[in-house]
Structures are given as structure tokens and as C-alpha cells.
Design a protein around this ligand. Sequence first.
Ligand code: AMP
Ligand code: TRP
Length: 337
Amino acid sequence: MDTPAETKKIIFSGIQPSGTLTLGNYIGALRNFKLLEDEYQCIYCVVDMHAITVRQDPAALRRRCLELAAIYIASGLDPKKNVIYCQSHVSAHAELAWILNCFTYMGELQRMTQFKDKAQKHADNINAGLFTYPTLMAADILLYQTDLVPIGADQKQHLELTRDIAQRFNGVYGDVFTVPEGYFGKVGSRIMSLQDPTRKMSKSDPEDTFISLLDPPDAIRRKVRRAVTDSEADIRFDPANKPGVSNLLSIIAALTGQSVEEAAAELRGQGYGKLKDRVSECVIETLAPLQSEHRRLMADKAYLQGVLTENAEIANRMALRTLRKVQRKVGFAERLK
Ligand code: AMP
Ligand code: TRP
């Protein structure tokens, strides 16, 4: 693949290689990645630099970067059409992040709920990277003149900040950055924990709260069977009063293309056991092809490494165009080469 044609609009998104991906990642983000493959030039990043804002075991992180690249491909993304690469392989991300740090206010970063959550969870390691995480994310997005960012609802606040930074920078230097829009799925942009359906499903929580994309069928059935519901026996979508049941209905709707109301109507009067069976069935059916393709790819590390190397070169070429322009605008000394 050559440097992508400039006429196509750009999609950018990233996922952290910080644990096994969950069904939340799949429904909120990954499954949407493929939808616009032909209309847009899509760039999907393994954001390893974001992942080290919390402590990682180096060998595990290295393995998970390849694993995530394999998951991107196994979910149907063609690495010849989509730019799939590792963030740390393109140094423009770090360079632009520094510049954007100088256009972002402490107060803005202090308001970020993800920072507050993670600072609470990792009270022994509230590092500066965790604090400036959103400016790195803004750099990821703005480097590629991104039009559209498919993400789950939890990332909305970071995207809003990205837009503010872009507009602020453009206000000073003229139209340097495209101001990106978010892309959220109709259902499932916030899949909740199976054990506490008032919190989002997260890969950093205990095992029985989430479904991993690589869980075998019996583990999926067991986790879904134990999912918290409520003491009524009424299957309807009502997130405020029935968060557990509503979460299960959202999963079915997201995976089948039904609306939550249709999913509820189909199961009405059948009891929570049946509802859970239906959830397991949909999840297992969706994940089976992804898992077998993932296994095949992980057996061929040389191929995966080749994909990442080739695509990092393409990303690098695209990113440098924006970075050089930004450096010129802010007044860095001219480079003759
Ligand atoms: P992360 O795992 O934090 O790197 O998230 C990667 C992508 O998955 C982001 O677009 C998130 O918004 C999305 N995501 C993560 N958890 C969930 C969830 N429980 N429900 C929906 N989307 C999610
Ligand atoms: N912050 C995102 C998350 O935790 C991951 C991410 C990093 C991202 N850079 C991005 C998502 C750029 C979309 C676009 O989920």
C-alpha cells in the first residue's frame, strides 16, 4: 500500500494493549471499525505508550501488542487497506503530544474522569503520564487530520478535549488541524460489568466481571450465567431500574442488529435463564470466527511483525506531514533536511 489517497476522509482509533480485550471493547469500538472500511482511510493504533501510564510487565506488554494487532486483523480488518501499527513505532506521536501539552490547561486535565478513576485505582503511582494521557490521545488523533473517531462512550470526554485543543491551536495559527467528530454505535457504546452493572466492563477488573474476546465457550456460559440481574422476572430495557437485564439486552442487540426492544419482545415471559442462554449463544457465535483467526495469526509472528513494520512506515509518512507543519507554525528553527 502506498501513502493513502488524500481524497478519502480519515478514521483513527486506538486500543490499549493493557490486558485481554473485553466484549465491551468489541461492542463499543472494534466492531464499528470495519463498518466504514471502504468509505474511509482507516488507521488503527495499538497504543502502547498509553498503556505504560500504569505499570506493565515488559514481556507481557510486548506479547499483548502483537496479540492486539492480531485481534484487529481477526476482527476482519484487512491490513492492506487499514493502517494497523504500534504507537511507539511512530515518534511523531510523542513529539506532537509535547507541543499540545503547551496548549492544554492543568484545569482541563484535572477534570478528566478517567484520570480521577485511575488515580484512585493506582494511588501509589499517580504519574505525570497518567495526567497528560489525554494530550497524547489528542496528538494521536490530530496527527492524521482525522475526521471521525469510533470510540465507546467513556472516551467522549477525551474527544471533546481533543476538539478544544485543536480549535485553540487553529485559533492562534490558522487551520492546521481538522477538528474530529466522534462515532458511537447506536447500541452498546457502554457495556457494563457482569457483576456490577452500574460500572463499565473493564479489562482491569476481576475476571468474572468481563468476557474476554478469547474466552472459550464454557467460560462465557459460566460468566453470563452468574451475571447480576434483579429479583423481578420481567425482561425489559430500563437501564435506570434494571441495569443488569438492560446490559444483557444491549449485548444481544449489538450483536444481532436487533433493537433492544425487539430483543426484549422476543424473550418476554421466558425468564432470566433463557435471556442468559440467548446472550451466551450470541457472544459465542460472534467470537468463534474471531478466535480461530486470532489463533492462526498468533502462530505466525513473523507475518504480524511484518504488518506492523510496513504500516508504521505508512503512518510515519502521514504523521510527519502534520508534525512538520505544526513545528513550523510554532516557530521551531527550520530544518534544511
Ligand atoms: P481501552 O481498552 O480503554 O483502550 O478502550 C478501547 C476502546 O474500547 C475505547 O474506544 C473504549 O471507549 C472502548 N470501550 C472500553 N470499554 C468499553 C465498554 N465497557 N463498553 C463500550 N466500549 C468500551
Ligand atoms: N484512550 C483510549 C482508551 O483508553 C485509547 C486511545 C488512545 C484512543 N488514543 C486514542 C482512542 C485515539 C481513540 C483515538 O480507550
